[in-house]
Design a binder for this molecule. Structure first.
Ligand code: FAD
Length: 226
């Protein structure tokens, strides 16, 4: 007797269909056995806004496009690996938007003001610098301008040119070799596979447990964004 059954093993991103066949070959004096035919992976669909595309397989998927992720992705692609880079916001990360670049730009303005006040030391008349339009926005605008000058070096096209597939979205692991990416622009979901992953998702400010701090209020480098 031969009977077939179709089983689906539902995983978050895909279903595996297994076609089982119970085969009783008593008539042939052979023990019964169960043949399992893996009919293959196929994608499950749950509406247009939540559509899984076909799995894509990479040598390396880098998660996070800050300084570390950009170097890892660009370096690996340059060495010939098939690389994808997933970033949830914008390429450049902390350094470009909330770290090195804004802080060094503000420090440079502060240094200029300091030297203007101490100009006598250098043989010039001392002066008290005033913000343009009497507003600190003159400094933050300058920070924004500097970011805009630098950010084209971290533009997606630069990394695509190196052979990196750049994707904007958030990720979650489905298993050791697969992630699900929720695309930033559409919300659609995409399953991607890789032999290796580089998790370079950076850090966030630690707020120390100092008594009264919450009541007093504070800002971090992330609040002080432009
Ligand atoms: C105020 C300040 C000044 C600094 N000044 C300097 C300096 O002068 N020189 C210097 O060398 N270093 C400086 N640093 C340190 C430097 O900014 C960090 O070392 C560097 O940015 C770390 O890079 P990263 O790639 O590890 O992380 P990040 O730059 O934080 O990048 C992580 C990226 O991962 C993305 N991400 C997070 N979670 C996910 C997810 N689930 N899916 C997809 N993407 C995700 C984030 O959006 C981000 O783009 C400074 C830092 C600060 C805070």
């Amino acid at each position: 007797m031969i009977s077939f059954s179709l089983n689906y093993f539902e995983a978050p991103s895909y279903a595996i269909a297994v076609l089982s066949a119970d085969v009783n070959l008593a008539a042939l004096d052979l023990p019964p056995f169960r043949a399992i035919l893996l009919t293959g992976l196929f994608q499950s669909y749950s509406g247009a806004e939540n559509t899984y595309q076909m799995s894509e397989i990479y040598d390396l998927i880098v998660i996070g496009g800050g300084s570390a992720g950009l170097v890892a992705a660009g370096g690996a692609a340059t060495l010939g690996a098939k690389v994808a880079l997933i970033e949830k916001n914008a390429l450049g990360g902390d350094c470009l938007y909330t770290g090195c670049v804004p802080s060094k730009t503000i420090i440079e303005s502060a240094r200029f003001a300091h030297r203007a006040r101490k100009a006598g030391k250098y043989g010039f008349q001392e002066l008290e610098p005033k913000f343009l339009d009497d507003s600190f926005a003159s400094i933050t605008n300058r920070v924004q301008n500097v970011i805009e000058i630098i950010e084209h070096h971290d533009a997606p096209e630069v990394f695509e040119e190196m052979g990196v597939k750049v994707i904007f979205g958030t990720t979650k692991f489905l298993n050791p070799n697969e992630i699900e990416v929720s695309l930033k622009n559409s919300g659609a979901k995409r399953v991607m596979r890789a032999k290796r992953f580089c998790i370079s998702t950076g850090s966030s400010p630690f707020v120390p447990p100092i008594e009264g701090l919450q009541e007093t209020g504070f800002i971090t480098n992330e609040d002080f964004s432009f």
